[in-house]
Design a protein around this ligand. Structure first.
Ligand code: ARG
Length: 586
């Protein structure tokens, strides 16, 4: 419907120009879906926004615009409502022609971008020698969904894993391992990530308590940073051990094409980043540290808050690395849009990094940048999700548990329904539902909301959940099985005819897929996709309850079967963009 809205918008603009003259040549009527279906499909508040500059009551403006407005084949004659809204109702024949056009379009009427962009998505980004936690889960699945939407819209997407693989903590860890488990530094299979996490904790404690250990740890950092072969090899081994554990999670989540470009990648560029800032006159020395002050950034006391880019010990930090990441992604990757999917707690960091990058000219006007923040996952107690003993929940455990819980639900449902299914069926469906449920529960909420993690809720067959949506797809597909109809080969000359109100509602919703995806790419909000398919499933149910399909007369029957098939395809596409696995039966 995007093209339709474009043309309606330009017709309204023409009408406003015709009515009020060329003073209005810059007006940009915004068109929103109608809040109440009784008023039509779309509405514009243009008359209300023009009232002040034109010094004319909005209703009078609306009436004049309407008198000049010709929406020919697209809309019924527009009407004016309330204080001056112009209501638009799409013509039935127009809807039919639009649907007939998309029924043979594999993209369901969603056009590919006229100007494909290079989009870099920074996502997942766990830390070496630490467990991935639910924050990384959110970053991974939100990032993956955004990446899939951009790809589907025809853009060139680079998914980057900004792994925390560099910094003084490695000196500490290596020094500790040399003492207690030297084999971990020379032999690939000596330890796993779980062991490393324990060693890391020990190392930290040791560091805080023992001054001579601190000194050893520092020497290890120097050795590593100076490229000492043995140290670098040990560090690589530690990274590999973590990477294997991360990869298991990515496999479960069906996340591929993730390019690892950890913090270490930017290390050779950091000195130059700081040098450039100095040369540009953007940084100042403050107690031995190199700082950039940007207007508008204040600390809690209301004093100017610097972005420190080189610490007083000469070391670089997280901010320096992210400045390098921005510069590299624009200069080398030629990105048109940079997206950083990182928890909301880092909002201030990114705001400041982006501001400094703009000042430095590393982020030109025409390059879009966004920190895509998200909230916290909570346990049933309302606090940050932790294990009973207060540890970080291992993602692998969480996902395994989801699959187990899904399996239990499935087994008892099959028993209730008296269905005898194979073990293979049960385990593959349980895996799809379990993983799908975790993802959907997360993606269906506005990402800024904190939410309570609950298997029971996310596995429910009722409500806006993965099982509900997966089941909706199965049901629509089931119609073809029931009627022994090959959805893929409905007569190609068959036409969609819309008569019943529920049929029209379903049709209009199907035509909004392109707008929806466009909005997702604009607002970077995956929950819009969930809203779209959830509403679609509901509209489909209303249609299916009130309109006979398999028992309808020949022409209606084919038309309605096409509607069913379009619905199934739209749900399939939506779930695929969300990264939710599909099953044909469940
Ligand atoms: N490793 C960081 C963390 O676990 C996230 C990194 C996000 N990406 C970035 N470019 N800073 O919090």
């Amino acid at each position: 419907m995007k093209m339709t809205l474009e043309s309606i918008r330009s017709s309204i603009k023409q009408a406003a120009l015709a009515a009020f003259g060329k003073d209005l040549k810059d007006v940009d009527p915004s068109i929103a879906p109608a809040t109440n279906a009784a008023f039509g499909d779309y509405q514009t508040n243009l008359a209300l926004t023009l009232s002040k500059p034109l010094k004319i009551p909005p209703r009078a403006i609306a009436e004049q615009i309407v008198s000049k407005l010709d929406l020919g084949d697209v809309c019924e004659p527009p009407t004016v409502a309330g204080p001056g809204f112009i209501n638009l109702k799409l013509k039935r024949a127009y809807l039919e022609s639009q649907l007939n056009a998309i029924k043979s379009d594999p993209r369901l009427g969603v056009p590919k971008a006229a100007c494909p962009k290079k989009v870099v998505v920074d996502m997942s980004s766990p830390n070496i020698a630490k467990e991935m936690h639910v924050g990384h889960l959110r970053s991974t699945i939100i990032g993956e969904c955004i990446a899939r939407v951009f790809e589907f819209l025809g853009h060139d997407v680079l998914r980057l894993n900004h792994v925390g693989d560099w910094g003084t903590q490695f000196g500490m860890l290596i020094a500790q391992l040399k003492e207690v488990c030297p084999s971990a530094l020379t032999c690939a299979d000596a330890v796993n990530l779980g062991d490393l996490v324990v060693f890391y904790k020990q190392a930290k404690k040791h560091f805080d308590e023992d001054a001579t250990f601190q000194e050893r740890a520092r020497q290890e950092v120097v050795r590593l940073q100076s490229g000492d072969l043995e140290s670098v090899r040990a560090w690589q081994l530690l990274c590999d051990q973590s990477r294997r554990a991360f990869q298991d999670v990515y496999d479960l989540l069906d996340v591929h094409n993730l390019t690892e470009r950890g913090e270490s990648f930017y290390n050779p560029m950091l000195a130059d980043v700081v040098k450039e800032l100095e040369q540009l006159g953007l940084s100042v020395e403050d107690q031995g540290a190199s700082c950039v002050f940007v207007d508008g950034f204040l600390n809690e006391q209301g004093k100017p808050l610097p972005l420190i880019v080189r610490k007083n010990d000469g070391g670089f930090n997280y901010a320096t690395t992210d400045l390098a990441s921005v510069r590299y992604r624009v200069r080398q990757d030629k990105a048109d849009e940079l997206i950083y999917v990182v928890d909301a707690g880092q909002a201030a960091h990114f705001a400041q990094v982006f501001a400094v990058a703009r000042l430095a000219g590393w982020l030109p006007e025409n390059v879009k940048v966004a920190h895509v923040p998200f909230g916290v996952v909570q346990g049933e107690d309302g606090k940050k999700l932790k294990t009973r003993s207060g540890e970080t929940v291992r993602l692998q455990d969480l996902l395994d548990e989801a699959i187990t819980a899904a399996r239990q639900e499935l087994d008892s449902r099959l028993e209730e329904e008296g269905r005898d299914e194979s073990v293979e069926f049960r385990s593959s469906v349980a895996r799809a539902i379990g993983i799908g449920a975790v993802k959907y529960a997360d993606l269906s909420l506005n990402r800024m909301t904190n939410y309570v993690f609950s298997f029971k809720k996310m596995l429910s067959l009722q409500g806006n959940t993965a099982p509900y949506m997966m089941y909706a797809y199965v049901r629509v597909q089931g119609i073809s099985r029931k009627g022994d109809i090959d959805f893929e080969h409905l007569p190609s000359e068959a036409k969609i005819v819309l008569s019943e109100p529920t049929e029209l509602e379903l049709a209009k919703h199907l035509l909004r897929l392109d707008e929806t995806l466009e909005t997702v790419a604009e607002e970077l909000l995956p929950n819009r996709i969930c809203e779209f398919i959830f509403e679609l499933a509901q509209k489909f149910n209303q249609f299916y309850e009130s309109c006979p399909v398999l028992n309808a007369g020949e022409e209606e029957r084919t038309s309605r079967l096409i509607l069913c098939h379009l619905t199934a395809r739209a749900i399939r596409l939506g779930l695929c963009l969300l990264g939710i696995p599909l099953v044909e039966r469940m």
